[in-house]
Design a protein around this ligand. Structure first.
Ligand SMILES: Cc1ncc(COP(=O)(O)O)c(C=O)c1O
Length: 408
């Protein structure tokens, strides 16, 4: 088509120019392109389960479709789904909410975005511990907030300490984001660690807590998922618990997530949804009722499958010279240090200066796609997803071992 004769500066808002595209979505696009060009690529960038949506959930969607359940719903979600979510939160997380405390969106990401949009004024600060899910800072920035990044490190298991939290809080702090199990490190906070953070939060009643628990079903090696909202009762009236169907029930494409919190907040989110997307898909909502109230075998089994794959990936990567990996405790990612590769020279004569150079080297020379830790706020690390078939894990890791051996 004919393109308008106008520069991006004239057309696009200052708001959109503040942010960048999601690096993980950009990596997915690159993998798709390389594959379309005929390259044999093993994809460890994937942020979604490779398992199918369980049959009883698909069946519930088909029943809804056949029954003509194909119209707009309430913008906060159907009463039946909001009730089902309240039941799930009591059953799995020991938390009491009513349907009025719940807002359903088109994915957890959608709810997080809307929560920032309805609460942030220019200059309001959001504390984000690094490494973090790539979308948090951009969602804050596009909604006029200021991300306050607290740099985490491996020595502390990539977990926020009470001292770091205390030092990051100012009178402008609006939110603290807690993400357990964590993307990208797989860190899972223990109850004691949460209680210690809670003591700090009790001293600062103006700080709201966004508790992102989207990976709750994936905890390994005896680790347990405990909702921060349960561990720190004092924050319940100033927190938004985020979760959804995407990861636990292999439903990423259905776009169904929710927030649970005080009505003043969920009503504001719902008001904004009524003016943006109107409501989540009616069919996905019907399916999600089956997910949350039906058999919980699928998330349990997925947890067991991912635990084996995570162990396998960590074991295989131990043989990669210059890569230092810990077994994951949650989510479906390992986050190894590649400090040992920085400064090495590739067979083509390039010096690896950053973790992004390492990502490019592995993609180009080994046909293995990963993500750079710098995009998640802490380098030089790589994020490897093990939400992929065992065969691909074996093949991909042996290619990485070879590629590391080829460095001088
Ligand atoms: C930490 C974290 N939170 C939230 C989400 C959002 O998931 P969805 O929008 O599919 O519910 C993701 C997805 O990758 C994530 O990694």
């Amino acid at each position: 088509m004919d393109e308008p004769n106008m520069s991006n500066v004239e057309l696009l808002s200052e708001r959109i120019n503040r942010i960048k595209p999601s690096p993980s979505m950009a990596a997915k696009a690159l993998v798709d392109k390389l594959r379309a060009d005929g390259r044999d690529i093993i994809d460890f960038t994937i942020g979604e389960p490779d398992l199918p949506t369980p049959q009883h959930i698909v069946d519930a969607a088909v029943v809804a479709l056949r029954a003509g359940d194909t119209r707009y719903t309430a913008s906060s979600g159907t009463p039946a789904l909001r009730k089902a979510i309240a039941t799930k939160l009591a059953r799995d997380n020991g938390l009491t909410y009513t349907a009025e405390n719940i807002v359903v969106g088109s994915g957890g990401k959608h709810v997080i975005f809307h929560a920032f949009a309805v609460t942030l004024n220019p200059g309001d600060e959001v504390i984000i511990h690094a490494p973090y899910w790539v979308s948090y800072p951009d969602m804050v920035v596009v909604n006029d907030g200021t991300p306050v990044i607290v740099a985490g490190d491996e020595a502390s298991g990539f977990k926020l300490s009470p001292e770091e939290l205390e030092a990051a809080i100012t009178p402008r702090t609006k939110w603290l984001i807690l993400n357990t199990p964590n993307n990208p490190t797989g860190a899972v906070y223990t109850e004691d660690e949460l209680i210690a953070l809670g003591k700090v939060l009790e001293r600062h009643p103006h700080v709201w807590v966004m508790s992102d628990e989207i990976y709750e079903h994936f905890v390994y090696g005896g680790a347990q998922h405990i909702s921060p909202v349960l561990a720190i009762p004092a924050i319940k009236e100033r927190s938004l618990l985020i979760n959804g169907a995407s990861k636990g029930y292999s439903m990423t494409g259905w776009r169904l997530g929710y927030g649970a919190g005080p009505t003043v907040l969920v009503n504001a989110i719902s008001k904004l949804i009524s003016q943006t997307t109107t409501c989540p898909s009616s069919i996905s909502q019907a399916a999600a009722i089956a997910a949350f109230l039906g058999s919980q075998d699928a998330p349990r089994n997925a947890g067991r499958v991912f635990e084996q794959r995570g162990k396998l990936m960590a074991d295989l990567l131990k043989d990669a010279r210059g890569v230092s990996v810990r077994p994951p405790t949650g989510a479906f990612y390992v986050y190894p240090s590649v400090a040992g590769l920085i400064g090495k020279t590739t067979p083509a004569g390039h010096i690896l200066k950053s973790d992004l150079d390492v990502v490019n080297y592995f993609t180009e020379s080994a046909g293995v796609a990963t993500l750079d830790g710098s995009a998640y706020g802490v380098g030089p690390y790589l994020r490897f997803s093990f939400a992929t078939a065992e065969l691909a894990i074996r093949d991909g890791c042996s290619r990485i071992v070879e590629a590391c051996l080829a460095l001088k």
